[in-house]
Design a protein around this ligand. Structure first.
Ligand code: ZN
Length: 122
């Protein structure tokens, strides 16, 4: 698994560098289509919907969601100029070259443990 740290721009003050934007641009540069997500705030979720408890900071800010994901640096810069704190969504699945295996809690660990010998993981 490859993990990409957010980019830092040497010589630039931290306030002039949006690491979320830089990370989104790096993901796109390697072919991962990205889109902006809402983000957690001190009051809950940036969408400000009281019924957002189960998806705080995990749902799209753009109306077409992952279908609007893009590799276009100009579009990505526009999104993070509008929402500097947006979490980064990555379109996964067929055609993206990216898949995600989300292992949540003890039940997820047990499921992964059952998969490892079958899938020759680890
Ligand atoms: Zn929300």
């Amino acid at each position: 698994m490859q993990t990409i740290p957010p980019a830092r721009q040497p010589g630039k003050p931290e306030s002039a560098c949006n690491s979320l934007l830089e990370a989104a641009l790096e993901y796109a540069a390697q072919g991962w289509r990205v889109f902006p997500l809402h983000n957690p705030t001190s009051a809950g979720c940036s969408c400000q919907k009281p019924d957002c408890n189960n998806s705080t900071g995990k749902h799209p800010r753009i109306s077409n969601g992952l279908k609007g994901a893009s590799l276009d640096a100009s579009r990505i810069r526009g999104w993070w100029a509008k929402w500097p704190d947006a979490n980064i969504g990555v379109a996964t699945g067929p055609g993206s070259g990216v898949f995600v295996l989300d292992v949540d809690g003890a039940k997820g660990q047990a499921s992964l443990g059952a998969l490892e010998p079958v899938m020759n993981l680890g």
